[in-house]
Design a protein around this ligand. Structure first.
Ligand SMILES: Cc1ncc(COP(=O)(O)O)c(C=O)c1O
Length: 313
């Protein structure tokens, strides 16, 4: 995965990425006091298209609000425009977009003592799990780490510090030979994976975890909508570890992972041990959607015209 881009947005303008530097003394770096988004831009026949840009920007602003940032030096419209400009300037056909608001200063642990600053980077990132994993499904384990309690750190916000537990869980999982970790909530029920929401299929009904202890995934919301469009019943209710083992299908959704089946959990095959029909159907619907070929593409894709070199920096 190449993390290269030519231009990075810092504060209020694009900079050549070679010149884009940040101060060492910032609470974002030291204490994880920053909020971020993960957004994808897809290649379509009409050019690059950002998936659900407005919803991602709203979640970023909500994350900042939850963290306690009171005033930001930009508004929603400026943020949307900055993201579009960063994508256009870099000229990738498809890319991953990472806006991040970090707190500069605030080394006394009081947010108000620092200054919120904006950075937007983009890079080419075509698949998170391998193509084979996407087709066959992935292997997961139940993590030894518990997903955060909402009163330990707010699970609705993409606060950088929240991701330490996810990084530890994913690292443990990969070192043990799995592809992904499933995290349980403090009550012992299924919460989510380190960067994906989780769904179960049983008897033709799709189940997913209620929103209270998880990140409200934008892919999760899209998949619920696509499934309901196709006539599936989608039920939000608590899911236990053993219910996962007994499922007909388990799949996860996320901006990076998109829609991927879990074929094995804790060395137990899930049903036939292959991606099941509901997962495959939703995977194809999601692909059509992000290629710009679905009835809902118009609603959820923001097309980004390429920018001429002269207006970049
Ligand atoms: C903890 C967690 N859960 C779920 C998701 C999936 O959310 P989305 O579909 O908005 O990418 C992510 C990724 O952002 C995540 O970090």
């Amino acid at each position: 995965m190449a993390l290269n881009s030519t231009y990075i947005w810092i504060d209020d303008r694009l900079k050549d990425s070679q010149e884009a530097t940040l101060p060492f003394i910032n609470a974002g770096l030291h204490y994880g006091i920053s909020v971020f988004e993960g957004i994808r831009c897809y290649e379509t026949d009409r050019g690059a298209a950002i998936f659900r840009l407005e919803e991602h920007v709203d979640r970023l602003l909500n994350s900042a609000h939850i963290l306690g940032l009171r005033e930001l030096p930009f508004n929603r419209q400026a943020l949307i425009a900055a993201i579009r400009q960063t994508v256009a300037a870099n000229g990738f056909a498809a890319c991953y977009i990472r806006p991040l608001i970090f707190v500069d200063g605030a080394m006394n642990l009081v947010i108000d003592a620092g200054k919120p600053r904006l950075v937007i980077a983009v890079w080419e990132w075509k698949t998170f799990f391998s193509q084979e994993a996407k087709e066959r499904g992935i292997r997961a384990n139940i993590s030894s780490l518990t997903r955060l309690h909402p009163n330990v750190s707010m699970t609705k916000a993409k606060i950088s510090g929240n991701y330490v537990g996810s990084v530890m869980a994913k690292t443990e999982s990969v070192r043990m030979g799995f592809d992904e970790a499933i995290m349980l909530d403090p009550a012992g029920y299924v919460a989510e994976c380190t960067g994906e929401n989780l769904f179960v299929v049983r008897g033709g009904v799709i189940y997913t975890v209620p929103r209270c202890s998880i990140l409200e995934g934008i892919t999760r919301d899209s998949i619920i909508t696509l499934a309901q469009d196709l006539g599936y019943r989608v039920v939000e209710e608590a899911i236990s570890r053993d219910q996962l083992y007994m499922s007909d299908e388990v799949f996860v959704t996320g901006t990076a992972a998109e829609v991927v089946a879990i074929r094995e959990i804790d060395f137990r095959k899930i049903a036939s041990g292959k991606a099941g029909p509901v997962t495959t159907t939703l995977q194809h619907e999601f692909e059509k959607l992000t290629r710009g070929e679905h009835g809902r593409s118009e609603q959820w894709l923001s097309y980004v015209p390429a920018m001429s070199a002269s207006v970049k920096v």
